[in-house]
Design a protein around this ligand. Structure first.
Ligand SMILES: NC(=O)c1ccc[n+]([C@@H]2O[C@H](COP(=O)([O-])OP(=O)(O)OC[C@H]3O[C@@H](n4cnc5c(N)ncnc54)[C@H](OP(=O)(O)O)[C@@H]3O)[C@@H](O)[C@H]2O)c1
Length: 428
């Protein structure tokens, strides 16, 4: 017999949980029509049940203990929107053991323990839905699992962290240095009090791990991803990049090559004509290339209460349809075979380099010789500005093996004419 009422339990009623409740309050009737059963939120676990909430909620729904949700036989779908890793991991395991479907927005959890949890879900004949874990409201997980499933994904490249994109946009458009743009992002709620995970690129690396595991059907260890954040990006580099026809963006990049997977997160100069260069402020976008579909781009709000709730509620609807129609709703994607990851020194990049040199004849020639000797070919070399004794030089290389460029940089740093290496950024 079809289940007419499907019970939903929430773990967490913060930014995302409140949005989920709002979407249910707003669109509950339409959601019921789409599923065929009524979805009823039966319990919500929070830390402090006395706290004022951003959304109206009956006090009797609130409990202080996650087990009151996880062990409730009237709850069919557990929605983990409390964050953290260990507690969330234990909660998801227990939910699966108790026969429940799980929806989570938790990228840290899925990047670090996704494979284990999905295996447990498969063993329990249940599923974990995690659309909101990457790109907030932007559909990414489902397109990769379903719509693009026939493709071999050749590469993906994305702006998957709204905080750093906001900061870089403000640096570019308002001429602010990073510290000022970060303080503004914090004041506006786009950056957390401790922004290190965003600024240092770890958040983007977790999201890349999730996307790349689906795109390349491989188990990805986030520790295998090369990560460099934006803390070294200076306003001056953004200005020079603009003059050269580039925007500076924090990019998450995955590529399927004959040598293995290339996985990296770093700030990069990207041509102004590339669609990702126009993705501003807190917006996110992911650009994919499949062997059949060609290029596809997904764009939208990568975080925030309602955009993230949009993805969480879609997952709840998917889980509910699975229950209502007793079908395996395109689940279990975990036939992941581990693929080798190309070590950074063996990867290829073009580089932007800003340095200071003695303002004297022969400096360009010594740089060109040093790069030439290291077999690094230069795309352009420009003298930017000088004072009495110092010349600032910006140069861009052609694509070169990372190890070869690092070797050339070491030689150049030691040249008697070079005063300092000020910036090294990669170029797309
Ligand atoms: N915020 C976004 O835009 C966004 C976007 C995408 C994904 N996510 C992910 O969504 C998850 C939730 O984020 P959020 O921003 O909504 O977090 P949040 O605002 O800090 O809310 C967390 C909620 O979980 C509750 N909670 C925390 N630990 C708990 C515990 N041990 N037992 C019971 N309840 C507990 C808190 O209770 P109290 O309210 O009583 O403190 C709070 O209601 C995270 O994994 C995050 O990475 C967030």
């Amino acid at each position: 017999m079809k289940k007419e009422i499907i019970g939903v339990g929430l773990l967490g009623l913060g930014t995302v949980g409140s949005g989920v409740l709002q979407v249910f309050n707003r669109n509950g009737a339409a959601i019921r029509q789409k599923v065929g059963s009524k979805l009823e939120i039966r319990r919500i676990a929070v830390r402090d049940s006395q706290k004022d909430r951003a959304v109206a909620v009956s006090p009797e729904l609130l409990v202080n203990n996650v087990n009151h949700v996880l062990d409730d036989p009237q709850i069919d779908i557990v929605v983990e929107v409390m964050g953290g890793v260990e507690q969330a991991r234990l909660a998801v395991r227990r939910a699966l053991e108790n026969g429940k479907y799980v929806v989570t927005a938790n990228k840290d959890l899925m990047a670090q323990h996704g494979t284990e949890l999905l295996e447990r879900a498969r063993a329990a004949e249940r599923n974990i839905f995690y659309e909101a874990s990457v790109g907030g409201g932007i559909p990414l997980i489902r397109p990769l699992k379903h719509c693009l499933a026939a493709n071999r994904i050749i590469r993906l490249m994305g702006i998957v962290n709204g905080t750093t994109n906001y900061i870089l946009t403000q640096m570019t458009s308002a001429g602010k240095e990073l510290e000022e743009a970060l303080a503004e992002a914090q004041a506006l709620g786009f950056a957390e009090a401790d922004p290190s995970s965003d600024v240092e690129g770890r958040d983007a690396a977790y999201k890349l791990a999730i996307l790349a595991s689906l795109a390349f059907s491989s188990k990805i260890n986030p520790g295998d991803i090369f990560v460099e954040g934006i803390s070294g990006v200076k306003l001056r580099d953004i200005r020079y990049a603009q003059e050269l026809g580039y925007a500076v963006k924090l990019l998450a990049i995955g590529r399927d090559t004959a040598e293995g997977l290339v996985l990296r997160v770093h700030p990069a100069l990207i041509p102004l004509a590339h669609p990702l260069a126009a993705v501003s402020n807190e917006f996110n976008a992911v650009f994919l290339e499949g062997d059949a579909v060609g290029e596809v781009m997904f764009y939208g709000r990568g975080a925030g209460s309602l955009p993230t709730a949009s993805a969480v509620c879609a997952d709840i609807i998917d889980a509910a349809r699975t229950i209502r129609h007793e079908v395996d709703n395109g689940i279990v994607e975990i036939t992941f075979s581990p693929r080798p990851v190309v070590p950074l020194p063996k990867q290829f990049s073009s580089f932007y380099l800003r340095l200071k040199a003695k303002d004297q004849p022969g400096v360009f020639a010594s740089l060109a010789t040093a790069f030439g000797d290291a077999r690094v070919s230069l795309d352009m070399i420009i003298q930017k500005r000088s004072d009495a004794q110092t010349a600032e030089i910006v140069l861009v290389t052609h694509e070169v093996e990372e190890a070869r460029f690092a070797g050339a940089l070491e030689v150049i740093s030691a040249l008697p004419t070079i005063r300092s290496i000020n910036s090294v950024l990669r170029v797309i």
